[in-house]
Design a protein around this ligand. Structure first.
Ligand code: URA
Length: 428
């Protein structure tokens, strides 16, 4: 069957719902070129304004899944549960959470992505560990899940491949910020990954996709409903991203901070969010273990070491350190009123920790270290931030971008609670 693409664009533009067979045809024919980029871009823009109703969204997601293969994780001796974060600054939670939840008895298939723009990516972070590789074959994934309990690897090109083409088009046509498009993009990959259960960490605030709690809640509810309707037990935790998570931002710096948490220390916010997500994941697969015990008895760290070794990494090797360092200092006295997640993320990106285009390399040692906490009194000249880069020009640009990231004032500014709402499926 064939459709008139212009009629479909006009129908969506005018607010009509698209029939199921038209959606399947559109997404099935886009990769081959029968639907041109400019037509798909126009349709995506119409969706940004008009949305997709629940039936259309389900069909759209099914068509994205059907564009590739599904990983078969059935038959493992442990239940499978994954976590996905909508992305933020200093968000190294996956590095800690995957081995922690594995140490509690679940299997965690973390098929992850790379950073783009100012938000970091889990694979870029782990690649700071000498020798660690992100690409695994399907049978290696299954074996490692059975033996170690956790895998963090690149989502192969065969999972929902039409998403890659659509995402690249959305990125250059101003059509990323749409709840149904984000929800179908994230959930098609997670459903194709074959996990039984999924916990979504939906970030809220200036450093996140969704700046308002209302939009974040709507995105969470949409993704939870999609997961549940595809047989994946799905729940979401909304969490703050108005300031960075932890004190380290940048690939190797975040690995080091994650290891601190895995050894029972590290910043309180990173530990608190990790434990909250771990509890949700364990509850979703019916494992009654308190994850604190696995952080404190060293077994989460041992599982991390096993995961790194299984993927070719040397957990004892020194992490890379960038060649050049600079400090940002206070130019007035007062208290640390706020630390702006987006400004910190942009500064780390400029230092070389992130990439502007998908093909760009990242600098593993580049990034920022926060040297103060919100509420701390400071005098003129006190050190607020350390900036690290491999290239002096990057160091200068990053230091300039970081200059106002730590706001000094007379009073402390309000901030979001770290843990906001939870969203569960209708069945709970
Ligand atoms: N992450 C994705 O994978 N897709 C989106 O659309 C947004 C974030």
């Amino acid at each position: 069957m064939s459709f008139d693409i212009v009629e479909l664009i006009v129908a969506k533009r005018d607010g009509a719902a698209l029939p199921d067979d038209a959606i399947a045809w559109l997404l099935g024919n886009y990769p081959g070129g029968a639907v041109a980029d400019e037509q798909m871009a126009a349709l995506l823009m119409a969706i940004v304004f008009r949305g997709l109703d629940p039936r259309e969204l389900r069909t759209w997601t099914d068509a994205m899944i059907a564009s590739g293969t599904r990983l078969d994780l059935r038959g493992l001796s442990r239940p499978t549960v994954d976590k996905h974060s909508t992305g933020g600054v200093g968000d190294k939670i996956s590095l800690i959470l995957a081995p922690l939840v594995a140490a509690c008895g679940a299997a965690v298939p973390q098929l992850s992505g790379r950073g783009l723009g100012y938000t970091g990516g889990t694979l870029d972070k782990l690649e700071a560990i000498p020798g660690w590789r992100s690409t695994l074959e399907d049978d290696q994934i299954r074996r490692q899940l059975e033996e170690v309990g956790a895998v963090v690897c690149a989502a192969g090109g065969s999972l929902a491949p039409v998403d890659r083409a659509l995402y690249a088009l959305r990125d250059v046509t101003g059509t990323v910020e749409s709840i149904p498009l984000i929800a179908s993009s994230i959930m098609s990959k997670k459903i194709a990954e074959g996990t039984q259960a999924l916990v979504l960490d939906v970030k809220v605030g200036r450093g996140a996709f969704m700046e308002s709690p209302q939009r974040a809640r709507a995105l969470a509810a949409t993704m939870v409903a999609l997961g549940e309707s595809h047989g994946v037990r799905t729940r979401a935790q909304l969490s703050a991203m108005d300031r960075p998570l932890g004190r380290a931002i940048g690939n190797a710096l975040e690995v080091a901070e994650s290891i601190d948490v895995l050894r029972g220390g590290g910043p309180a916010d990173v530990r608190e969010l990790t434990l909250a997500l771990a509890r949700l994941m364990l509850e979703a697969v019916g494992i009654d273990v308190d994850p604190v015990t696995r952080l404190d008895d060293g077994s989460a760290y041992e599982t991390f070491v096993a995961l790194v070794r299984a993927q070719g990494g040397d957990p004892d090797a020194a992490l890379p350190v960038a060649a050049h360092h600079a400090r940002v200092r206070a130019t007035r006295p007062g208290v640390v009123a706020a630390i702006d997640a987006r400004a910190i993320g942009v500064a780390a990106w400029r230092a070389g920790a992130g990439r502007a285009r998908k093909e760009d390399p990242v600098s593993p040692g580049a990034g920022l270290r926060l040297l103060v906490e919100r509420g701390q009194p400071v005098a003129v000249g006190d050190e607020l931030l350390e900036v690290r880069a491999d290239d002096v020009t990057h160091l200068e640009r990053a230091t300039a971008a970081a200059a106002d990231a730590v706001r000094i004032d007379e009073v402390v500014a309000p901030e979001l609670a770290l843990l906001l709402d939870r969203v569960e499926g209708a069945a709970h």
